[in-house]
Design a protein around this ligand. Structure first.
Ligand code: SF4
Length: 230
């Protein structure tokens, strides 16, 4: 497994639990607003397997969960085995994914290896390419959404709300697509870091009132709509 970074403790990344976050190195998307380019382009030093093992062993009494983030963790060939190994220590497991690998998601769900999934919804299906920075296989994205929606595990769909990539129309289309989902999170765009597309640094995010407007648009479609990062 290529793990390019570990956040040793987080109180906010796994719902209601204390977790550590593992950042997988590499990603198959190139979202222009991504603020983890070092990880996406494999520029961080990889964490040794020996260190990961001893970390999992030592931290068991302090952490409830391990959140596997990235980059995109599901594209790594030994991903499912890695999840099995972490699970054997007794941790809850969460993943953050762009949904491009529904087969890996299915394997985790079918084998009860996963306790929480957060899937990024880059945009509505018509404009997905622009927000993902690549041409993803949209059938796979749709399949991941259906697998997650129809599973019994705790999940949420999330979108980073970048003014250049999201408006009322996008909100309506996403609402219709994700209809009857349990939770959808509107994440405020942060403009202070270096991003994949350097021109996005410093771009003005939407106002809180505007985010609340999007929330109202989405509420008729989705049970629980939240705004984070404000
Ligand atoms: S934001 Fe986009 S490019 Fe960055 S890690 Fe997530 S999917 Fe990959």
């Amino acid at each position: 497994m290529k793990i390019g970074g570990i956040q040793k403790t987080s109180l906010i990344d796994y719902p209601d639990r204390v977790c550590a976050v593992f950042f997988a190195s590499g990603c198959n998307f190139r979202c222009p607003y991504c603020y983890n380019p070092e990880i996406v382009f494999n520029k961080t030093k990889l964490i040794q397997e020996k260190y990961i093992k001893s970390f999992l062993k030592k931290r068991k009494n302090y952490l409830d969960a391990i959140l596997l983030s990235g980059g995109e963790i599901t594209i790594q060939p030994d991903f499912v085995d890695f999840v099995k190994k972490i699970k054997s220590y007794g941790y809850l497991i969460g993943i953050e994914t762009n949904g491009s690998n529904p087969d890996a998601i299915k394997e985790l769900i079918d084998n009860k290896l996963i306790d929480f999934i957060a899937m990024d919804i880059k945009s509505d299906l018509e404009t997905y390419e622009k927000a993902a920075g690549v041409k993803p296989d949209k059938e796979k994205i749709k399949k991941s959404v259906e697998l997650i929606k129809n599973s019994n595990i705790n999940y949420e769909f999330r979108t980073t709300i970048v003014p250049e990539l999201f408006d009322e129309e996008t909100a309506i289309k996403i609402g219709k697509w994700l209809k009857k989902s349990k939770r959808y999170v509107l994440q405020q765009f942060r403009n202070e870091k270096e991003m994949i597309d350097k021109s996005f640094k410093g771009k003005k995010p939407y106002s809180v009132d505007k985010l609340k407007k999007f929330k109202k648009i989405l509420e008729p479609y989705i049970e629980d709509v939240k705004i984070t990062g404000i």
